[in-house]
Design a protein around this ligand. Structure first.
Ligand code: CA
Length: 235
């Protein structure tokens, strides 16, 4: 899962990034509107965590852009205007009912008022991703494989299987699109944020480990193209 965190408060940003990474999220963090626009214009994210009170940024620094009143809602409006459906959770200290209504009506998928409990944030992230993927069930199933994003547990035919955070992230990405072919680059995107060093054959190493733990026949390869979950024992 790849998240874009748009937050100008250094302490909150660092705390969120540090807390989200062990949960298996690749987190890219930007601190102003210009950087967020650039990121959303060039990369794909599974979800955006969006603060509202943000510096405009860009050349010349805060306040130099033509509209100094622009904020996170401006960015959200732009995103929806161009029919970008990337899920967005607004994280803000603005907690008036009018603020929440404006946030949701501008196109936010959820709205969380600071300060919040980290567990509530991760639960809301899972819920938003579930709805975005058109699923009502919190647990992912593919044949005999069951993956629970909340407890981060995986079972095969009822037997628990222990996975590392990154093995889990690869399997989760494959299970969200069962049967679809995911390229190595697409899987790397789910695993690594900016500035994190990617070992050249990391994805094939994780797939190798997954095959060893889940059964070799469960993950198919199209050489040079990518990986997919096979329909082995699929219900
Ligand atoms: Ca802020």
């Amino acid at each position: 899962m790849r998240l874009l965190l748009v937050e100008d408060d250094r302490m909150i940003g660092e705390a969120l990034r540090a807390a989200l990474r062990p949960e298996g999220f690749a987190v890219d963090w930007v601190r102003d509107l210009a950087a967020a626009r650039a990121a959303l214009g060039t990369e794909r994210f599974d979800l955006v965590l969006l603060d509202l009170g943000l510096p405009v940024g860009g050349p010349g620094g805060p306040g130099s852009a033509s509209d100094p009143s622009a904020d996170g809602l401006t960015l959200l409006g732009e995103l929806r205007q161009r029919s970008d459906t990337t899920p967005v959770i607004v994280l803000t200290a603005r907690d008036g009912p009018g603020d929440r209504v404006r946030g949701l009506d501008t196109g936010a998928d959820d709205y969380l008022v600071k300060p919040f409990e980290f567990d509530e944030l991760t639960a809301r992230i899972r819920a938003v991703l579930r709805r975005h993927g058109g699923r009502a069930q919190p647990v992912l199933r593919h044949g005999a494989i069951v993956l629970d994003p909340a407890t981060r547990q995986v079972q095969v035919a009822g037997e628990p299987v222990l996975l590392s955070a990154r093995e889990f992230a690869v399997l989760e990405a494959l299970m969200q699109r069962p049967g679809a072919l995911l390229s190595r680059a697409q899987l790397e995107d789910k695993l690594y944020g900016w500035g994190e060093e990617i070992e050249s054959n990391a994805v094939s190493v994780y797939v190798h480990q997954l095959r060893r733990k889940l059964g070799a026949e469960r993950i198919g390869t199209v050489r040079g193209v990518g990986y997919f979950l096979t329909p082995v024992d699929a219900a």
